[in-house]
Design a protein around this ligand. Structure first.
Ligand code: MG
Length: 254
């Protein structure tokens, strides 16, 4: 079931997203060679707490049998790790790229966003990958209008990313968002035009292109969370929470 948000609910989601933006700003300031991914997690949770919000991701049960619940505020995925990476004592090195995914819970509503950051000086291919993930998001939301369909967004993302010579994760996708972190509809990054649920005013979506330099074949690491590429090539990620309204598409976390 797709939950259509009222004006009042949209306001509450905007407040949640405003805190998320503060967290992103603080993370961005601190990205540099020599820091650990655990430090980024510490900063993120600190900003959330100081603003009366909670990390959406903390306590999320592991989707795999025997895995522990996620116990951090953010996911940090370095280089060939694409999503769901666990913050740790891993030190970020010059030339690494790190994808940070975070969710903020405030007022009974979630907001969700992600960025891939360059650590120090990175390769040209890393730069191109990061830029392509971001641009693919904006290509997608060109189609996030009432009357269009989810597949129009998916198709725009897919077409753009493939035109740059990169591949997309098929097994993971964007999603509706609101009182729950994951709501209907799913928003795949691959799809055909004019397919899927019809978009309407009041829909809140987290759109998140996850792209790979090489093949989009992935596996889940021993920690039961981190998703990484089999070919060990780089990956990038970009996500925002958006609201579709009659007149405009609001990007809440940008
Ligand atoms: Mg998401």
């Amino acid at each position: 079931m797709i939950n259509i948000k009222t004006e009042k609910e949209i306001k509450l989601m905007e407040e949640s997203a405003d805190i998320l933006k503060l967290v992103l700003k603080e993370i961005e300031k601190n990205i540099k060679p020599g820091i650990t991914t655990a430090y980024l997690d510490y900063i993120a949770e600190d900003v959330m707490k100081k603003n009366g919000a909670k990390p959406s991701f903390k306590g999320v049960p592991c989707p795999y049998r025997g895995g522990k619940p996620f116990s951090y505020a953010i996911c940090t995925s370095v280089n060939d790790d694409i999503i769901h990476g666990i913050p740790s004592s891993r030190v970020l090195l010059d030339g690494d790229i790190v994808s940070v995914d975070l969710g903020v819970y405030k007022n009974g509503f979630h907001s969700d966003a992600g960025r891939t950051y360059a650590v120090g000086n990175v390769s040209d291919i890393a730069k191109k990958l990061i830029k392509t993930a971001e641009e693919a998001f904006f290509e997608g939301i060109n189609y996030a209008r009432p009357g269009n369909r989810v597949g129009d967004i998916s198709n725009a993302i897919e077409t753009y990313v493939k035109s740059k010579g990169f591949s997309l994760l098929e097994e993971y996708q964007g999603h509706g968002i609101g009182r729950q972190m994951h709501e209907d509809p799913g928003v795949p990054n691959i799809g055909k035009k004019d397919t899927g649920p019809r978009l309407q005013s009041g829909m809140a979506l987290a759109i998140e292109p996850m792209i790979c330099e090489g093949k989009a074949d992935v596996y889940v690491k021993e920690d039961m969370w981190t998703v990484a590429t089999v070919d060990k090539k780089l990956t990038a990620y970009y996500e925002n929470t958006i609201i579709i309204t009659e007149n405009e598409t609001k990007i809440l976390t940008f």
